[in-house]
Design a protein around this ligand. Sequence first.
Ligand code: BTN
Length: 229
Amino acid sequence: MLVKLESVDSTNEEARRVPFRHGLCIVADEQTEGRGRRGRRWLSKREMGIYASFVLKPIRENLTLASLAFGWAVFKTLSPLKEGFYLKWPNDVYINGRKIAGILPELTKDRLIVGVGINLYYSERELSSFPVPATSLAAEGIKLDRENLLRELYRNVLDAYSLIESGRFSVKLFERNCPMVGREVRVEESGKLFTGKVLGIDSEGALIVETKEGLRRLFSGEVTVREEK
Ligand code: BTN
């Protein structure tokens, strides 16, 4: 079921306030306090993007693995529109080195909330003020039907949930669309910086990074691919 709002502080906040109903999706035309991962803001101008939050039953699997599955669901939604979309661990969707969609999963006492933001119509001028290199479907020359995209997103998120819940989500689905595997990266985890090479993603969704000190398993953190010299 879809609930459409004109304006809200954050659809993730609204998803906490509404009575629980598994599969409910709250979509807003604009958010006045859109939130990103790691305490960042998520720019949510009126009708410039998809700002949606799904209300789901809490899962038994760990949240890192679930967030990979939801990132993959968004990737699957965008992929038919153009070649070249890819995933960045743990759940961002990129194209041509620029971020186009992000996911904010949050677990409360009685529900799993999956917030999805997709940039639709932002112009290059607007995108240049984003905190990370960003793009939008329009800036990529993609014509889209917002309602259709929402329907596909809904289907893919609910499918990803079923896969996770039944233990059938394979990390390979994510890994094979994640070109950072095999690359040298810089990692920021709990305020500490280190570098290393990504060896892959394990069955729990952790990123395996080979560093000078040995292997590290990351469950959260900010990972940047280092430019090739
Ligand atoms: C990220 O930082 O990559 C995650 C961005 C998540 C943004 C979406 S927009 C809908 C939902 N409501 C929010 O306040 N945030 C998420």
